[in-house]
Design a protein around this ligand. Sequence first.
Ligand SMILES: Cc1ncc(COP(=O)(O)O)c(C=O)c1O
Length: 362
Amino acid sequence: MDYIAQAMASGQIAGDQTFSRKCQALLQQTLGVIKALVTTSCTHALEMAALLLEIQPGDEVVVPSFTFVSTANAFALRGARIVFADVRPDTLNLDESRLEALITPRTKAIVVVHYAGVGCEMDPILAIAARHGVPVIEDNAHGLFGKYKGRWLASFGCLATQSFHETKNVTCGEGGALLINDSRYIERAEIVREKGTNRSRFFRGQVDKYTWVDVGSSYVMSDVLAAFLYAQLETWTSIQAKRRQIWELYQAGLAGWANEHGVRLPIVPPHCEQAFHMFYLLLPSLAARGALINHLKERHILAVFHYLPLHLSEYSRRWGGKLGDCPVTEEASDRLLRLPFYNTLDEPNQARVIEAIREFPL
Ligand SMILES: Cc1ncc(COP(=O)(O)O)c(C=O)c1O
């Protein structure tokens, strides 16, 4: 509230002012990315990535089917054909062992999602991408402050995107960021974000007037939201510590029960430091999941599932998507249940959730 009041009192309520710059500097310094630009959403950061890679109609972009719509839609919006990749049964991340078979001469990008904040197998993915000369983009909406083999998620792809939507660990309600690891994209990213103008150069005094120089849109975050976001980013270590505690309590409270009843808990490979974004159960069947949701609802506990496989969506079916294309995704989509997980979840309430699950007759 203090920072928001400061932004308002200073009159800096449009974008690219003090608090936006503070957020960007913190992201750059912490993650070691060469440029961070805060945006109106992760969806918009992904749209910027598609514009920066000059995705054209007829291009192909490889995207996991088990993800949020925006990971694919940002590229479909530019006319790309989305080629859906299935995910690994353990982490539910893009299955790198099936990636190469999806690449054709028309492939212009590979988008990975670090599902639930657990890193994808970036070494083989980057090696395959390099062999074919295809850029990799990280949709890191879940993975802020996670690591793969000791390196921050979002530092692997030429571009990476963050979400600060209210459902994320660090939030400002609605917001995002584009992170850039290849300096060739910086200048054009500033232009694309500022409606296709060189306004950023004008603000820095590098040109005496600003004008229309390229295509772009309005992707700049308001500094009022950046003020909100900065307060969150400043305390990221305590946010992550709290979420770690919640995650570990679920793990400790449910491991025995899950083992006994054929329920799978999240798997985090030893070389991944996860971002503690989510805790989920993989129930034995769709029917068991439905019954558990109802059992929890009766106890006033809201548990939700996601994602509907993108290759089976109404949009993708028009392009030939069909049952059986991504079998691991289809199964996870039927069986996965997310447990209540938010920064202010206290121990008594979490204990109530765990107890309710353990009482569920499987
Ligand atoms: C994997 C993934 N990508 C992209 C998004 C879109 O984020 P935003 O709401 O900031 O546009 C989400 C949102 O939940 C997401 O989970």
